[in-house]
Design a protein around this ligand. Structure first.
Ligand code: NDP
Length: 323
């Protein structure tokens, strides 16, 4: 594993981190979830990313992760960076959603109970909330760090302007913003025009999520939609329509570029993100151990020739709808 400094902080994160959004809930196989976490840790993936609502059922990914921690990793707590988040709806009534101090503090307490932890390493505000003053959300994060329930704090999906404002408020409060978690992959490049440079300027790390466009940027859909794939699941996070002919043409062309580099498409998609020096870690998801092995194989070839980047760019310039 390669470890990279997270912004201008003393914390290093693995170049590849594992997220528990899908495939770790109460509807999924506990033994597969456990095997993935243990394999990831053996590969040097020291960072596991959760959120209050991951499941389904919401909260069950944290519960399962807590069980695995207790059973297998209890003596390794100091080797792990565990993150969780609050920001999307989690419980009924006005205090289970958004960015209020009331919601964030209560949600983190619930997350800690579910995971059986005294503290998380990183606590995020999961999404911007324009109904709550930014000062309130940031001071709640500062309070959480001072309470010792999180060592560092982060934000997710904030645009460049709001990120700069948040970073400035947090600096004044004395709790620097460690990290930003945006969506970023070859099919969705919204962070390129300004967020990446803002993060570099502010000294905030960057951990892009859905780097494989939820599985599109892999060999998963080359021969149809497998029954056990994300696009086949009823939750609708990756809709069948997104596996369009137009996308598949791009995916095949990108696969050819990857093969010439001696990589799978998933490996090239991960390496392509890590080429940005503002990026600390790439946050993958997985449904089986082999996918984690494959993604970590990306680290064997991170560099790109100008020619390869040009080939990728020319495929993407004709890309369809963002995913
Ligand atoms: P990815 O884009 O990496 O998609 C993961 C899916 O891609 C897997 O479930 C699997 O699909 C497929 N896959 C992964 N590796 C391979 C491989 N080597 N070969 C073939 N297929 C592969 O990421 P996610 O969308 O899962 O997001 C990753 C993490 O980011 C989440 O777990 C979460 O922690 C975080 N996140 C944060 C958000 C936020 O708002 N802050 C929002 C969304 C995610 P299949 O299941 O079909 O096998």
């Amino acid at each position: 594993m390669i470890y990279r400094a997270c912004g201008r902080s003393g914390l290093k994160l693995p170049a590849i981190s594992l997220g528990l959004w899908h495939n770790f809930g109460s509807v999924d196989s506990f033994e597969t979830a456990r095997a993935m976490i243990l394999r990831a840790f053996d590969l040097g993936i020291t960072h596991f990313d959760l959120a209050n609502n991951y499941g389904p059922l919401p909260g069950s990914a944290e519960e399962n992760f807590g069980k695995i921690l207790k059973r297998d990793l209890e003596n390794h707590r100091d080797e792990l960076i565990i993150s969780t988040k609050a920001g999307y709806r989690m419980w009924d009534g006005p205090y289970g959603d958004g960015g209020s101090r009331k919601y964030l503090v209560a949600s983190l307490d619930q997350s800690l109970r579910r995971m059986g932890l005294e503290y998380v390493d990183i606590f995020y505000h999961h999404r911007p909330d324009t109904e709550t003053p930014l000062e309130e959300t940031m001071s709640a994060l500062d309070h959480i760090a001072r309470s010792g329930k999180a060592l560092y704090i982060g934000i997710s999906s904030y645009d460049a302007d709001r990120t700069a404002q948040a970073a400035s408020i947090l600096r004044t409060l004395g709790t620097p913003c460690l990290i930003h978690q945006p969506k970023y992959n070859m099919f969705n490049r919204w962070i390129e025009p300004s967020l990446l440079s803002t993060l570099e300027k502010e000294g905030v790390g960057c951990i892009p999520f859905s780097p494989l466009a939820q599985g599109l940027l892999t060999d998963r859909y080359l021969h149809g939609i497998p029954d056990d794939s994300r696009a086949a699941k009823p939750h609708g996070w990756l809709k069948r329509e997104e596996v369009s002919d137009e996308k598949l043409t791009k995916i095949r062309e990108l696969t050819n570029v990857a093969r010439k580099r001696g990589q799978s498409l998933a490996q090239m998609a991960v390496a392509w993100i890590l080429r940005h020096k503002a990026v600390t870690s790439v946050l993958i998801g997985a449904s089986r151990v082999q996918q984690i092995d494959d993604c970590v194989g990306a680290l064997n070839k991170l560099e790109f020739t100008a020619e390869e980047l040009k080939s990728i760019e020319s495929v993407l310039q004709n890309a369809g709808q963002p995913s």
